[in-house]
Design a protein around this ligand. Sequence first.
Ligand SMILES: [Zn+2]
Ligand SMILES: [Zn+2]
Length: 331
Amino acid sequence: MGFQDSESMKCEVGVTLPYNTPVVGCEINPNVRVKCFDSLEAPPHSLIFNWFREQTNCSVHHVEVATVQCISCVTLKLPVKESYHCSTKCFSDAWKSHLARHRHAAETVSKTSNGDGQALGKLRSCGSWPAFGYTSLFGECSVVVEREGKAWVKVGSSKTYVPSMDDFGLSLRLESVAVDCSLGIPLSPVNIKVTDPVIIAPASRPRCMIQIDRLKKSRNFNFEAQFSNAGTFSVLSYNILSDLYARGGMYSYCPAWALAWEYRRHNLLQEIIGYDADILCLQEVQSDHFENFFKPELTKCGYSVVYKKKTKEVYTANQYIIDGCAIFYRL
Ligand SMILES: [Zn+2]
Ligand SMILES: [Zn+2]
């Protein structure tokens, strides 16, 4: 796309990312708006998106572009810069000293994780080259562009992007532009968004559950009188925190990426399914998330559902939504 004079720039593309720290496996869905300078309505246009990943250099030969990344380094959470090599030969030549880093990291992990054996298992299989293998940082025909003196590898051309392990530790760049439908010329300057380095979400910690027999002792409940083995069923009550209310400064102690619906929904589903309850009483289920996510996902697990939403809907992202209660049950 060549240089266009300001005459043809009738519009402006506004792009907001839901959070600035992308997470491996969590879709980034930017909020995009087109605004025109001299009319209320934008002329017929299409939006073009290009996603890029920062190009990185070899950890041994610093001027060479990295083409492979050590998977073990990522698994063992070693500094990501040390995982890059310019070729498989470079990685193979450096293997002996590289392996020492893996061993040191695996020992540290096993000491701090009360010897769960996982890291030690990795260490044992770390001897020969390549231990866990490596991943190629370039596709079949990668496009590399230079922007402001820095090289970027093209990784996507849709509005949304799901960061992969190849992106871990590197910044992403989204370029968005509005283009005239018939003439194909840009109607807006290119909007540029550069993220912080992509992270891997930390493993979730198990919940600290309160044992019911402790409640029994402390509150004098007579459970035995109410409890019978016949016809028992389990009920789960869970307030999932509607995305509508997970905004602004209310949860300032929580990083923005962890509050994002794209990140939370997978964890919520995993936990809810994990309890294997007969009846699930979910509160704050947003109407669009019920239709697009919870209903199809929990139906797959054999649940039927009754859903009741509140009556006062709010207009956001081109639709009316509100939260409600969903009761899923398994017969
Ligand atoms: Zn490594
Ligand atoms: Zn190298």
